[in-house]
Each structure stands twice: as structure tokens, then as C-alpha cells.
Design a protein around this ligand. Structure first.
Ligand SMILES: [Mg+2]
Length: 250
């Protein structure tokens, strides 16, 4: 067998984070429109889809400020809320922005939709005898809730779920891959990592001596010369590729 262990990233690798985001935000603004209407505000001209679209627009538009470190996560969240409210001349204050995001955080784990073929694919790999795991960056409670809500525990042991928030190291650092390999009792060259974020997942894994498979669900071009073992555009395709590559090595 070419690999003993296969680990996956979670968001946008096993489910669409973008879908979870839109579904959660839609539910929250639906509630808000009711609230505003009940308070006597005239919101009849505001369509739910367009306010969700505007919020998504500012989330993407302002993302660079957060990524570059210019803004904190809190400032980023308050700004995307404020600019959405201003677009529709709706009431805006920091308290509402913070409450909106608290609700978002609480709900988003439950709005994920597994990628097509997720469970069949994991089952297939398990039958092939691979040890399976997940390495995800994020907060411990949020990522654990997603893991449970997506019913992943039926396929991957919770002991093999590694969350940066509780490990003190995060992708793309080499140490997180090393720690996981140690926990799973596997050598780096017997392990494959599957992920959608080039710099975090692919570069991180390869630098740690793992093989990597690029699941390009975010239509992001490689930014370095690192060589994954393959590239797939869907989860199903990734599984087929793993099985093919592995059978060639048997
Ligand atoms: Mg991801």
C-alpha cells in the first residue's frame, strides 16, 4: 500500500463552508427582517436574497484587511455588518453586529452540507484499510460541532480529529503534521493529506514530508512549485484518484 494514513482538511474539503455560510446568514437575516418589521420599520422593499448577497459581497471585499492583519476578526465582522446595514439604511450599532456574529458562530456548524459521495467515499477508504483522520484549523468547539453535525464520527474516530485551536499549532506549520503523525503512529512518508487551501494544506503537508492531494474546490491556483500527487475538483474525484494511485503502488 502506498499510504497507511489519509487525513483530510474539514472546511471546503468534506463540506462546503460557503454553503454553510450562506445558509446561516440567510436564516439570521430572515429573523432580522421579521424583527425590524415588528418594530415598525419599513423593510418591505428589502429582499432577503439581496441583503444576503450584499453581506457576502462585503465579507469577500473586506477579507484581505483581516487576512493581512490590518483588522482584527472583530473589526472585520463589525465592518461587514455595518456596510451591509448602511447599504439598506438599516439601524446599525456595535452591539447588534456582535450579537449577529454570536448567533452566526452558534449556528454555522449545523448548516453544513456534506459533499456528494462523502460517506460512501470515507467508507470505501476504510474498507481499503486506510487509517483516517482530520486536521483542521479553527476553534475547538466550532470544529467539533461541525464534525458531529456532519455525522463524521461514524467514519472517523474523534481521537483522529485534530483541531489547531487545541493543539497550539496550526497548518501550515510543520509541527502540526508532525504531532498528528506521532499520535497516529505513522511515518510522514506513509501519510497523505487532502485539502483545498494551497498554502495551508498542500504546502504545509509537503513541507512536513507528507504526500498531498489538492482538492481544488475553491478554484484557487497554486502559488508555489510544490508538487501534490494529484489534483481533483470534487470530493468524489479525490476518492477515485486515491484508490487509483494506491492500486498502482500495490
Ligand atoms: Mg479548507
Amino acid at each position: 500500500m502506498r499510504w497507511k494514513t489519509i487525513c483530510f482538511d474539514l472546511d471546503n474539503t468534506l463540506h462546503s463552508h460557503d454553503t454553510a455560510f450562506i445558509r446561516t446568514v440567510r436564516m439570521l437575516f430572515d429573523k432580522k427582517l421579521h424583527e425590524w418589521r415588528n418594530k415598525g420599520l419599513n423593510v418591505s422593499h428589502i429582499k432577503l436574497d439581496s441583503v444576503v448577497g450584499t453581506f457576502k459581497y462585503f465579507s469577500d471585499e473586506l477579507w484581505d484587511k483581516k487576512e493581512s492583519g490590518e483588522w482584527s476578526r472583530e473589526t472585520y465582522r463589525r465592518e461587514r455588518y455595518k456596510q451591509t446595514m448602511e447599504t439598506y439604511e438599516l439601524p446599525n450599532d456595535l452591539h447588534s453586529a456582535d450579537r449577529f456574529h454570536e448567533e452566526y458562530e452558534k449556528n454555522v456548524p449545523f448548516y453544513g452540507v456534506p459533499y456528494e459521495g462523502l460517506y460512501e467515499g470515507l467508507e470505501q477508504l476504510e474498507k481499503h484499510g486506510f487509517q483516517l483522520g482530520i486536521i483542521t484549523n479553527g476553534r475547538s468547539t466550532t470544529q467539533l460541532k461541525k464534525f458531529e453535525a456532519l455525522n463524521l464520527s461514524s467514519y472517523i474516530s474523534q481521537k483522529s480529529l485534530f483541531i489547531s485551536g487545541e493543539m497550539g499549532t496550526a497548518k501550515p506549520e510543520r509541527t502540526i503534521f508532525q504531532q498528528v503523525a506521532e499520535h497516529l503512529r505513522v511515518e510522514a512518508n506513509e501519510a497523505l493529506f487532502v485539502g483545498d487551501a494551497w498554502e495551508l494544506d498542500i504546502v504545509g503537508a509537503i513541507e512536513a514530508g507528507w504526500d498531498a492531494l489538492y482538492l481544488n474546490t475553491s478554484a484557487q491556483l497554486p502559488t508555489t512549485e510544490h508538487q501534490p500527487v494529484g489534483q481533483a475538483s470534487s470530493f468524489k474525484e479525490a476518492i477515485e484518484l486515491i484508490v487509483t494511485l494506491d492500486s498502482k503502488a500495490r
